[in-house]
Ligand binder design. Structure first.
Ligand code: C2E
Ligand code: MG
Ligand code: MG
Ligand code: MG
Length: 283
């Protein structure tokens, strides 16, 4: 009886599974096309310094500019790209675009590119980064790579070697979304991170949750004594900014300071500021 029910259930769900598999195959094909058609773009969001005034860098965030669906969020296609291996090509494109585009407007600021844990399975990762720097001419000190804790969890000794090789190129390494995964303090001993990014969920709950505040305090306290920069993600209000400043966060990122926007728009904005600030020299 149970077996029959089980089989029945299986029969009922099968068309749905097939449909899901079909949608995935179609999305994968579309994504592959998008890469070749240049529909994969990078948007840039500013990261500001302690006082919340000067832009110290930008995070490059991937967008799929889909002809019918509009701007598709990376959250909707990166997991599939990771499963299919397409992430290697996407990640390489992201890196090259970010390095080339940053060259058109940055003036000492850094540009941060997210790396998927899957990219660490690619033996050519270090060469790909080195080539992106060489081809674009971006100074290595201006590039930051953002990784998540899972990189340290899986194949950790190989991955730490890769991180060291990346760091030897002169790029900075950031630990993204800190506090959301296993967040072992030993990660901070296993590798000399340049920056820790405090996840948006803690910033969001800062006002209502004593726990969120305590965690932010612990992360900034530890980071400051280890001389690691801290970027609070998802800062949307002046109150959040004031609290985070009081806790000793060194950098901020969020809609309060600017949304991610295309390189062209970012470039125009920088030119406008330069023109506004340019005062004619007398005589
Ligand atoms: P992330 O690296 O933690 O990036 C920060 C996310 O927070 C971005 O979402 C950004 O748009 C969003 N954000 C920034 N400030 C605020 C704010 O004040 N409020 C709110 N509500 N959100 C804010 P996005 O662009 O949708 O990217 C989502 C995730 O996708 C990223 O999280 C990152 O993990 C991944 N991702 C993005 N671009 C790439 C890429 O080029 N390669 C890889 N492997 N992953 C990427
Ligand atoms: Mg990031
Ligand atoms: Mg993040
Ligand atoms: Mg986050």
């Amino acid at each position: 009886e149970a077996k029959r029910n089980g089989r029945n259930r299986h029969e009922v769900f099968r068309p749905e599974l097939e449909e899901a598999a079909r949608v995935r195959r179609q999305t994968e094909a579309d994504l592959r096309c998008a890469l070749h058609l240049g529909q994969i773009e990078m948007h840039y969001q500013p990261i500001v310094d302690k006082q919340g005034r000067r832009i110290s860098g930008y995070e490059a965030l991937m967008r799929w500019n889909h002809p019918a669906r509009g701007q598709v969020s990376p959250l909707d296609f990166i997991p599939l790209a990771e499963e299919t291996g397409l992430i290697h090509e996407l990640g390489e494109r992201a890196l090259n675009l970010a390095c080339q585009q940053a060259m058109t407007w940055v003036d000492g600021e850094s540009v941060a590119v997210n790396l998927s844990p899957v990219q660490f399975n690619h033996p050519g990762l270090v060469d790909i980064v080195a080539l992106a720097l060489a081809d674009s001419g971006l100074p290595p000190g201006c590039l930051e790579l953002e990784i998540t804790e899972s990189v340290l969890l899986e194949n950790s000794s190989d991955n730490v070697k890769t991180l060291r090789a990346l760091k030897a190129l002169g790029v900075g390494i950031s630990l993204d979304d800190f506090g959301t995964g296993y967040s072992s303090l030993s990660y901070l001993r296993s590798f000399p991170f340049d920056r820790i990014k405090i996840d948006r969920s803690f910033v969001r709950d800062l006002g209502e949750s004593r726990e969120a505040l305590a965690i932010v305090r612990a992360i900034t306290g530890l980071s400051n004594s280890l001389l690691i920069k801290t970027t609070a993600e998802g800062v949307e209000t002046q109150e959040q900014l004031a609290r985070l400043q009081a806790e000793g966060c060194t950098h901020f990122q969020g809609f309060l300071f600017g949304r991610p926007e295309p390189a062209q728009q970012r470039l125009r904005r920088v030119v406008a500021v330069v023109e506004r600030d340019a005062t004619p020299i007398a005589g």
